[in-house]
Design a protein around this ligand. Sequence first.
Ligand code: OOB
Length: 557
Amino acid sequence: MTADALVSGADAPDADALTPGVDAPTWPDDFAERYRAAGHWRGETFGGMLRERAAAHPDRIALVDPAPERRTWTYRELDEAADRLAAGFAARGIGRGDRVVVQLPNVGAFVEVVFALFRIGALPVYALPAHRDTEIGHFCAFSEAVAYVVPDVHAGYDHRELAARVQAGTPSLKHVFVAGDPGAHTALSEVPCEPTGPFAGPAPHELAFLQLSGGTTGVSKLIPRTHDDYLYSLRGSNEICGVDADTRFLVVLPAAHNFPMSSPGWLGVLYAGGTAVLCPKPDPATAFELIERERITMTGLVPPLALVWTDAAAATAHDLSSLELILVGGAKYSEQAARRLEPALDCRLMQVFGMAEGLVNYTRLDDDPETVVTTQGRPISPDDEIRIVDDADQDVPEGAFGHLLTRGPYTIRGYWRAPEHNRSAFTEDGFYRTGDIVRRTPSGHLVVEGRAKDQINRGGEKVAAEEIENIILAHPAVHDVSLVAVPDEYLGERTLAYVILREGAEPLRSVAVKRFVRERGVAAYKVPDLVEFVDAFPQTGIGKVSKKQLRSTAERR
Ligand code: OOB
């Protein structure tokens, strides 16, 4: 910890001190002043937020973890748990600005851990439960993480073994904490201790955590979000979605993802004094029982899950009448599927088109039904700037489609420690190039028409083509590879790897390619769904591989 870590978090932020601690480009002073003057950035922190809620309504239930035995936390209990865990982390030398990779499923420990880290100003790096050696190794090494938090065994996979392998290859990684049976590591339950005094927490303009980008490059970029900016996106989301102290939100998607975390998500609900209920599995059997038992009012789903729930609702014996609103986003929701949701689940639908880098769009509760099923919403903030441009960054005519660029009070100005990539991912005047192709309706709603970025959106799970191509290229029999999306009725898109074999190489079977990728230790959703062997790739005029043509070949299959 540095001397400046002893400065109280309540102090007025010093804009000059901002950039070094953030390790990324950030908002210019005039923008920061404007966002503060508009009341968007209010000088709150996550640690302070929980403290205030615990003081205001200590006995209200903040969190429910229904499995394996139902456990609840009142706001006071969550606040105290965060304090004690924060003290234990601090006693082990974890301090302000230190990175901690957190890979936990939807369990109470996840919420305790991140609030403990918020309180000491250490930065959670949010890994997904599906991530394996390649991803976790990268997050730990790149972020120079000092600690890694895992479950013992989740979905049949032993994360303690993964942690041992990663720790052996990552000199910075001093601690592995395990929620559950620790094996050779430290049990999370051993960490908490009595705090000896108040924490010198972070200032509101400092980083709260590092979120993962869906990515278009070989490795995921880290997204630096501040307390000020993220809390504004929560407040805005809560207002749009009508979240209040009576909201009971079911966290169905992985809690570490930006959508279930903040749109409005479990953090939004805790901000409003409501109750977040953690769903261990997203299937209708598990979720519907919890909706009935916990009187759930709101949840968020990716389109494939929304489809499954829509179909399952007709036959369920569970009482889903408490449900008021379902948010659907993360990938394009087909209009046909969207039309069926409200009648089937007897609740309201809201589409959400967001990104971990910032900008989030919602349809509104007072939008007409056609707008709700045919658009992906409009931005949270009046200060979200939207540009829709052609390939030369010139604005397209109103209503035409083009590349979506955005800048605003909760959209980052650069990735963490990625100056090279930032030069192409942002315009010179700070707009983020989302890689999405959109058009704007006269009402200001955005319709997502497609994607220019080299990414496959597998039902909300993002696969960077380059990452998987690099892995397949390492196979000795492979000369070249190109990963593209193929349309899929259920997931929206699936991955297809077109492979050119080396001359004279033994013929490969597609299962061998899939196994090769899996054995490299990546999340299962990144293993190609289909592999096809070809002699050559179609080329563009200047001799580059034409993914556009490959995609249309794939579509015609
Ligand atoms: C959410 O965040 P990410 O970072 O996993 O992915 C962002 C990308 C967007 O750029 C877009 O390509 C796609 O996911 N996307 C959608 C969409 N919502 C996201 N594409 C079409 N229609 C939609 N409704 O996915 C995310 C973050 C916060 C809230 C909701 C989703």
